[in-house]
Design a protein around this ligand. Structure first.
Ligand SMILES: C[S@@+](CC[C@H](N)C(=O)[O-])C[C@H]1O[C@@H](n2cnc3c(N)ncnc32)[C@H](O)[C@@H]1O
Length: 377
């Protein structure tokens, strides 16, 4: 409740967590882990929890609402004894009225309209998927490890690991994944943490061979590494903020790969068979992992992101070799950032056609993702 109060007062969630954490020497590591899970659960369900908790935007209200949402009798928790919070007031005891659809689905009103416009009948399932914690996914580095053998090693280490049902390179870890660090799987370069939807997008593009690939918005380089694993190609990573790629050479070395990094000016005159833009976006397909984002996004910020994405495509398409492809991806579910952005690119750039598209809804294989692929005609 204290962490949530700090967050509700305007601190970013991670800062709120750190501030509480530093003062909470009495809490052991497993208590802290449990509290963190509870905080994230309340942030994911902020709207329904507030409504079920009496409508108050307070940590106490959110936890009361969360208990009710999970069918736990709050009287047994709000006892006022020991470290327990004070007993329920009469107003809190009276319980909630009927929830609106947007409250029930834990989404701001304006976003429900936009998401519904994009997902239609899949809206409720997608939003329900975003009310709960996501499984952890690993991408097996197939040049170093065999998926079945790695699953067996993780299971031996006490993890609930299983091959992902839809994505060939992915392992799903259900439940608590904290023991993963101790297995050494990532440190030894056998696997990387990566959502299965990200893996599916890279796999889709890698179905067609390419000799030179540019990951234009590489960030930490997770997708560049995935391309390196699937394609026998020269992989080049670029990001407008080169510092984001700082760990990429070490990660590539750990995976037994080579990935060159380039600054923007170094790309002048270059041509690639595949230019991939994993564009900055609302992140609305990955709000299970970043639940704060759902409450932070505004229509104005969305407009800004759409403009940035159009700029990325306008820059990146120039780097595609004749006969090559341009891949555009977001981890968003919103049509403005996806289908409408793809249509705007085609309208503004003669000589291109769309040759592929993929839309993954949150919960399909992992996060929500969108991919449009263009080629020169
Ligand atoms: C969604 S993130 C990329 C995540 C990354 N591909 C991964 O798999 O971890 C978007 C990235 O685009 C970068 N970016 C933003 N504007 C850009 C631009 N105009 N040109 C290139 N990169 C840009 C950001 O710095 C950010 O790292």
């Amino acid at each position: 409740m204290e962490v949530l109060d700090l967050w509700l007062s305007g601190l970013p969630l991670e800062a709120a967590w750190q501030r509480w954490y530093r003062g909470a020497r009495y809490a052991g590591s497993s208590d802290r882990a449990a509290i963190r899970d509870l905080v994230y659960a309340a942030v994911r369900r902020r709207r329904s929890a507030a409504a079920l908790g009496g409508g108050a935007a307070t940590g106490r209200g959110l936890i009361l609402g969360l208990l009710r949402a999970e069918g736990v009798d709050p009287e047994g928790v709000f006892t006022g004894t020991g470290h327990a919070p004070p007993p329920l007031t009469d107003a809190e005891r009276a319980g909630p009225g009927a929830l609106t659809r947007a409250e029930r689905l834990d989404v701001p009103d304006w976003l429900l309209l936009r998401i519904e416009a994009a997902l239609g009948p899949r809206t409720e399932d997608a939003l329900a998927a975003m009310q709960v914690r996501a499984d952890v996914h690993l991408r097996v580095n197939t040049r170093r490890a065999d998926r079945a053998a790695l699953v067996a090693r993780l299971v031996d280490a006490g993890l609930e690991a299983a091959p992902h049902g839809e994505v060939d390179t992915a392992i799903t870890i259900a439940g608590d994944a904290r023991k993963l660090a101790r297995t050494g799987a990532v440190d030894e370069g056998l696997a990387e943490l990566q959502d299965a939807a990200s893996q599916a997008v890279v796999a889709r593009l890698a179905e067609r061979p390419a000799a030179r690939v540019l990951d234009y918005c590489a960030g930490g380089g997770g997708k560049a590494l995935a391309f390196a694993d699937l394609l026998d190609a020269e992989i080049v990573a670029h990001d407008i903020a080169p510092a984001r790629m700082a760990d990429l050479p070490a990660r590539a070395a750990r995976a037994g790969q080579q990935i060159a990094t380039r600054g923007t000016s170094e790309l002048a005159g270059e041509a690639f068979d595949l230019v991939f833009c994993d564009a900055p976006c609302s992140g609305s397909g990955s709000w299970r992992r970043d639940p704060e984002g759902k409450w932070r996004l505004t229509p104005a910020r969305l407009d800004e992101l759409v403009a940035v994405q159009a700029g990325v495509l306008a820059q990146a398409h120039r780097l595609v070799a004749p006969g090559g492809r341009l891949g555009y991806a977001t981890c968003s579910v919103l049509a403005e950032e996806n289908e409408a952005q793809a249509a705007a690119f085609l309208a503004a750039h003669a000589g291109w056609r769309q040759c592929d598209a993929l839309r993954l809804v949150p919960g399909d294989v992992g996060d929500g993702f969108f991919l449009a692929v263009f080629e020169r005609v």
